[in-house]
Design a protein around this ligand. Structure first.
Ligand SMILES: C[C@](O)(CO)[C@H](O)COP(=O)(O)OP(=O)(O)OC[C@H]1O[C@@H](n2ccc(N)nc2=O)[C@H](O)[C@@H]1O
Ligand SMILES: Nc1ncnc2c1ncn2[C@@H]1O[C@H](COP(=O)(O)OP(=O)(O)OP(=O)(O)O)[C@@H](O)[C@H]1O
Length: 269
């Protein structure tokens, strides 16, 4: 069985405090974007994981898809599977691609082995694999709090808007980005901003707290954001801890993006 794990962008990202467990409490609106990997899970005689497409840093045995299988296997009598991942979403991009693959492995195993897991149970398993993972158990905009795993559906739609996502050729490590930030209580709650502000007002009110320190270290990311605004974006921001930047446009636009950058664009469903 095949699925298409999407990526996410963060519409606003407030890093509020560092916790005793080393993670950070945050608030963000996760929004799904259909730039997808391709994931296949089929029952087999022995467990295997293979991948194609762009290179995934690290060892195959550490892949989040295998971790997801092993996590469910510890609680259920699962037969072995072949997992094949065709990787398209760039890594080190703040797009949660690996997290999405992990969550979609859980979703596929639930179907293939008829486990009848509820959405909440799958979200609990996903949260054990990464802070962003639980979001990808559903395909809906969500307000995320805690370390990103406490999720509440959020009625925000960008349907029909044109999205451009650009990842310049720098790789930002999530852990390194968190280490470089000074957490703070936001003046205004993110939910409050998103409920009261139209998209046209986000430019002055919706902030990703990672931008300041990450832009300082990687000025090229700041220049991509500026480029998107200069070409008519209604709103542009870095996603997650970078390095990708997204722009939301009223109408379809063709941009001249350097060939060494990775990019995706399309109308949002
Ligand atoms: C930046 C975001 O993309 C925003 O959506 C996410 O918070 C990243 O989430 P993620 O990639 O799923 O992160 P994890 O794999 O859980 O953690 C990677 C590392 O990031 C840091 N981390 C992550 C999430 C969080 N709320 N606080 C943290 O401090 C920790 O150092 C952790 O060791
Ligand atoms: N299926 C996978 N796809 C991508 N990376 C994976 C996967 N499994 C494990 N990893 C490891 O996770 C790291 C982060 O990958 P990911 O694609 O989630 O990037 P990210 O842009 O940093 O995401 P995030 O938005 O969660 O910070 C990679 O550098 C890689 O070592």
């Amino acid at each position: 069985m095949v699925s298409f794990p999407p990526c996410k962008i963060n519409l606003g990202l407030h890093i509020i405090r560092k916790r005793a467990d080393g993670f950070h409490d945050l608030e963000t609106c996760f929004y799904p974007v259909p730039w997808t990997d391709i994931l296949e899970v089929i029952p087999s005689d022995s467990l295997s994981f293979t991948s194609s497409g762009i290179a995934i840093p690290g060892n195959a045995e550490d892949n989040l898809c295998l971790k997801a299988y092993k996590l469910l296997k510890s609680d259920f009598d699962l037969a072995p599977v072949n997992i094949h991942l065709h990787k398209i979403i760039p890594t080190g991009a703040g797009l949660g691609g690996g997290s999405s693959d992990a969550a979609h492995t859980i979703r596929l195993l639930n179907i293939v082995f008829k486990l009848n897991l509820t959405v909440d149970t799958m979200m609990n398993y996903a949260a054990k694999l990464g802070s962003d993972c639980a979001f990808f158990i559903q395909d809906k905009p969500m307000m995320g709090t805690g370390r990103g795993e406490i999720l509440k559906e959020f009625p925000l739609s960008l349907r029909g808007k044109f999205m451009v996502l650009i990842k310049p050729n720098v790789h930002v490590s999530t852990a390194e980005a968190y280490a470089g930030i000074s957490p703070r209580q936001p003046e205004t709650e993110l939910q409050h901003i998103l409920e009261r502000q139209e998209l046209s007002g986000w430019k002055n009110s919706l902030k990703n707290n990672f931008e300041e320190s990450v832009f300082h270290k990687y000025p090229v990311i700041a220049s991509v954001k500026e480029y998107l605004y200069n070409h008519g974006a209604i709103y542009a921001s870095m996603s997650g801890s970078g390095a990708s930047v997204f722009g939301i446009f009223e109408k379809e636009i063709t941009l001249n993006i350097p060939s060494e950058y990775t990019s995706w664009s399309g109308l949002l469903p």
